[in-house]
Write a protein that binds this ligand. Structure first.
Ligand code: NAD
Ligand code: 0WE
Length: 256
């Protein structure tokens, strides 16, 4: 079984800047030989994304707001025109309104709940459906999750509920798309200082506690997540689907 991605086409969602988990996975896929398409959310993130894309030979950039069905449709028309086929899709997107990640979960608003699930969960279903006709040779779909899906992490709140729904969606998508030889898996990463984690109050304390309790006694490096993304994209993981793979230095196995 080869870990090479030579001749494969990958589309990566969720590159905001050089710290993004999606950027580490994109670089890994490129280094393994894949042709990489990178999408960014909007004009505001375009400039920074374009600079990164220019540093990956052969990579191309496309805009796509995943809360917009028409934008998803336009993107896949462009991808079909440009590449014909698709082998790998990386979904590295989450969003909840900032207020929802501050107080108590019991204060979650209807609109905050809706937005968190629309952007962070439904988008995976919509992208998987749009990508599957292009995955003629089979494929690999990868999303990003977090331990707050299973255990209470104070202030992760509605994102924890959304990640639980995301992990369950991975299993249902894996069942539906298995017959087309499309695999669907999630990577559960330990806390990493990215744009999405920076604004979080108490992140420093969380990183410290994580490093103290994890069997490997350190925090996870973003490139360890990138390498697992490459593994799940490649034929080296051909028997794995519907799974959540932990890249958290072992934190999740501990009871005390
Ligand atoms: P990031 O801020 O770099 O990435 C989040 C991305 O989501 C951004 O690129 C943003 O543009 C994109 N996004 C948000 N709304 C969007 C929309 N409507 N349309 C298109 N794109 C949209 O942060 P990150 O930490 O790399 O997060 C990536 C994924 O990893 C998320 O799913 C996150 O939940 C998950 N994750 C992060 C950590 C961590 O500690 N950083 C740990 C585990 C899992
Ligand atoms: O999934 C995430 C964060 C996702 C996220 C981040 C933001 C910040 C900016 C979703 N929506 C928003 N909305 C914003 O306005 N992580 C796994 C990182 C994270 O976030 C936390 C964490 C950790 C870890 C929030 C509270 C507690 C821990």
């Amino acid at each position: 079984m080869s870990s090479s991605l030579e001749g494969r086409v990958a589309v990566v969602f969720g590159v905001a800047n050089k710290r993004s988990i999606a950027w580490s996975i994109a670089q890994g896929l490129h280094n393994a030989g894949a042709k990489v398409a990178i999408t960014y959310q909007n004009e505001r993130l375009e400039l920074e994304a374009r600079e990164l894309i220019a540093s990956l030979p052969g990579a191309e950039g496309f805009m796509c707001d995943v809360s917009d069905d028409a934008a998803i449709e336009r993107l896949f028309v462009q991808l079909k025109e440009r590449y014909g086929k698709l082998h790998v899709l990386v979904h590295s997107i989450a969003f909840a309104p900032a207020e929802e990640l501050k107080g108590e979960f019991v204060a979650t608003t209807r609109e905050g709940f809706r937005i968190a699930h629309d952007v962070s969960v439904y988008s995976l279903v919509a992208l998987a459906r749009a990508a599957s006709p292009l995955m003629e040779d089979g494929g690999s779909i990868i999303t990003m999750t977090y331990y707050g899906a299973e255990r209470v992490v104070p202030r992760y709140n509605v994102m924890g509920v959304a990640k639980a729904a995301l992990e369950c969606s991975v299993r249902y998508l894996a069942y539906d798309l298995g017959k087309k030889k499309i695999r669907v898996n999630a990577i559960s990463a330990g806390p990493i200082k990215t744009l999405a984690a920076r604004g979080i109050s108490g992140l420093g304390d969380m990183l410290k506690a994580h490093a103290e309790r994890a069997p490997l006694q350190r925090n996870v490096d973003v490139n360890e997540v990138g390498a697992t993304g490459v593994f799940l994209a490649s034929d080296a993981s051909s028997g794995i689907t519907g799974e959540v793979i932990y890249v958290d230095c072992g934190y999740n196995i501990m009871g005390f």
